[in-house]
Ligand binder design. Structure first.
Ligand code: ZN
Length: 277
């Protein structure tokens, strides 16, 4: 497959802060290009989260309790749009924007009380992740949904060692406070924690042009989870995938990118012609 036409142009759109960015995204924390929104600081994963939430919204209906574990400020605006009856931001450490403090392996919450649970980039920090996953499975309501993401390398087995020294953790797991890098068995761990699992990627929702326009990243996955065996109406939680509208958006973005590239080329030619001796 050829590179999306939009990749050669600068303009981008951030679905987290709903802004068109003439100069595109800034590099990411590790220097990767096309990653950080200059306005709201969203990264690829926050932008896919915004798109995912939009796609799931009709099925979510009226959200009762929303549990946001280690909340990311970049996701807040889109979560608030759901108008949950109760929005609980949960973290181990106190701080601004934390409503409830606690340990994810022993959450101070009743069984089945959470309608929507968000847990991004948390489990790779937790030595006993199986216990944390069981807690997630315990608190989600029978017809509730969890949206999870972890650093994940497909085609590998999870590499973990909570006791590894700091420099080794940085080398093997990416950050000093990570204790593992997940592989294909991540899904087995979720199932062992009592969850039904569906993995989704940006390509399930939008085409290559639209994904590049919103800087969603090539290789990210998100896991939609719900309590296994829960009695849920069969129409609920069918995963909405790329609609005809998505392919229309994709060709529109490609056309705009081509038109913009042609305009830039014409301007360059004009400049050359008018400055030629
Ligand atoms: Zn933004």
């Amino acid at each position: 497959m050829s590179a999306p036409a939009i990749a050669a142009t600068r303009g981008r759109y951030c679905p987290c802060c709903d802004r068109h960015l003439r100069e595109g995204f800034l590099p990411g924390p590790d220097g990767r290009p096309d990653a950080t929104c200059p306005r709201c600081k969203s990264l690829e994963r926050h932008r896919f989260f915004a798109i995912l939430l939009g796609a799931l919204r009709p099925q979510l209906g009226r959200v009762g309790t929303l549990l946001d574990i280690a909340p990311a400020p970049q996701a807040r605006a889109r979560l608030l749009e759901l108008e949950p009856r109760s929005y609980v931001r949960f973290d181990l450490r106190p701080g601004r924007g934390v409503d409830l403090r606690g340990d994810i392996t022993l959450m101070p919450l009743r069984d089945r009380c959470v309608d929507l649970l968000v847990c991004y980039h948390v489990l790779e920090h937790i030595p006993d992740d199986q216990r944390a996953i069981a807690e997630i499975g315990r608190v989600i309501a029978a017809d509730g949904l969890g949206i999870l993401q972890v650093p994940w390398r497909p085609g590998t087995v999870t590499d973990e060692d909570p006791d590894a020294p700091e420099d080794e953790r940085i080398r093997r797991f990416g950050l000093a406070d990570h204790v593992r890098y997940y592989g294909d068995d991540f899904e087995d761990r979720l199932v062992a924690g009592g969850l039904d699992v569906t993995r989704v990627t940006p390509a399930d929702y939008l085409g290559a042009e639209a994904n590049a326009w919103m800087g969603m990243g090539q290789d990210q996955s998100v896991w939609l989870v719900r309590p296994a065996g829960a009695e849920v109406a069969p129409t609920k939680w069918t995963i909405p995938t790329a609609s005809p509208l998505a392919s229309t958006l994709d060709s529109l973005v490609a056309e705009l990118a081509k038109a913009r590239a042609e305009r830039q080329e014409a301007r360059r030619a004009l400049r050359q012609a008018t400055t030629a001796p």
